[in-house]
Design a protein around this ligand. Structure first.
Ligand code: DAK
Length: 257
């Protein structure tokens, strides 16, 4: 498949999906979202790939939804564009997805980063939900995922004023997992992706699902879900291989079975 607004690079066992609208600061439109979700789904079905990175460029991860595209849209047109379906498709990717963020992660850009499983940021990254300054509110998870990540006080501050969090603030408040100097953030994200991709694939998939479950269920249900996945892993070859390799003091060899 050929893409116009994203660049997909496969560096098995990882792959990088880069938004490529630098002149618009990687603002997201339907075509970008369509291409990105299709690329992630294709990579999710590629046995050679274990972890994906979504990124922009040094200046902007993404400056949000394309404002020019939305300026004259009616409510019904916005509804019919069914934008939120793209975020749902990203949510259903089974392999881990890292957002490697530098520069602006604004509005839908911040929401896209939060829809990934973890965020690696450059020191120049800044995260904001400035929709209030456009007379609207975040519409792709900005009031929900952000609040779960950083808590009510900081989320209210950001969503009611539009103020940005620096990379360091975002890390201190639990939005970002790791921060690196701008020159190396993408290399570091790739290293992390390779480390993740080296783990047992089924366990990786269940680990991601189980952590994500914590955002969507009461504790008792989440614990129950986790326990069932845990038992299931004892029915996999890799589950036994990992335990035996430890006992035999050798490196495990994963089969993905
Ligand atoms: N859309 C379109 N073009 C954008 C853009 C955007 N979001 N952000 C920047 N650009 C364009 C600028 O218009 C400019 O283009 P030219 O004038 O050169 O043609 C170029 O990118 C460079 O931008 P600036 O000259 O403004 O660059 P600066 O460094 O001075 O400023 C900035 C960078 C990021 C602070 C500034 O560009 C800015 O404030 N941009 C807007 C950021 C913003 O408000 N983003 C939130 C958009 S609303 C939905 C769910 C979610 C959403 C929508 C629907 N559904 C469920 C239906 C999401 C909504 C949003 O994200």
């Amino acid at each position: 498949m050929t893409y116009e607004l994203i660049i997909v690079q496969s560096e098995a066992p990882i792959a990088i999906v880069q938004i490529n609208r630098p002149r618009q600061l990687n603002a997201l439109n339907s075509q970008v979202m369509q291409e990105m979700t299709s690329a992630l789904e294709t990579l999710d079905n590629d046995a050679a790939i274990g972890c994906m990175i979504v990124t922009g460029d040094e200046r902007a991860f993404g400056a949000g939804a394309d404002i020019k595209d939305m300026a004259d849209a009616t409510a019904v047109e916005m509804l019919q564009r069914n934008w939120i379906a793209y975020w749902d498709r990203i949510k259903h990717i089974s392999k881990p997805v890292i957002a490697a963020v530098s520069g602006y992660a604004v509005g839908g850009g911040c929401e896209l980063a939060m829809a990934c499983d973890l965020i690696v940021a450059s020191e120049s990254a800044q995260f904001s939900q400035p929709e209030i300054n456009l007379g609207v509110i975040p519409g792709a998870g900005g009031t929900q995922r952000l609040t779960r990540a950083i808590g009510k006080a900081k989320a209210m501050d950001m969503v009611l004023t539009g103020r940005a969090l620096s990379a360091r603030e975002a890390e201190a408040n639990g939005l970002v997992a790791r921060v690196y100097p701008t020159e190396v953030y993408l290399d570091e994200a790739k290293k992390l992706a390779r480390e993740i991709a080296s783990k047992a694939p089924v366990a990786l998939r269940f680990a991601k699902e189980s952590v994500n479950k914590a955002f969507e269920s009461p504790l008792a249900d989440g614990l129950d879900f986790e326990r069932k996945l845990f038992y299931f892993l004892f029915a996999t070859q890799d589950g036994h291989e990992g335990l035996k390799a430890f006992v035999e003091k050798r490196k495990p060899e994963w089969q993905g079975k």
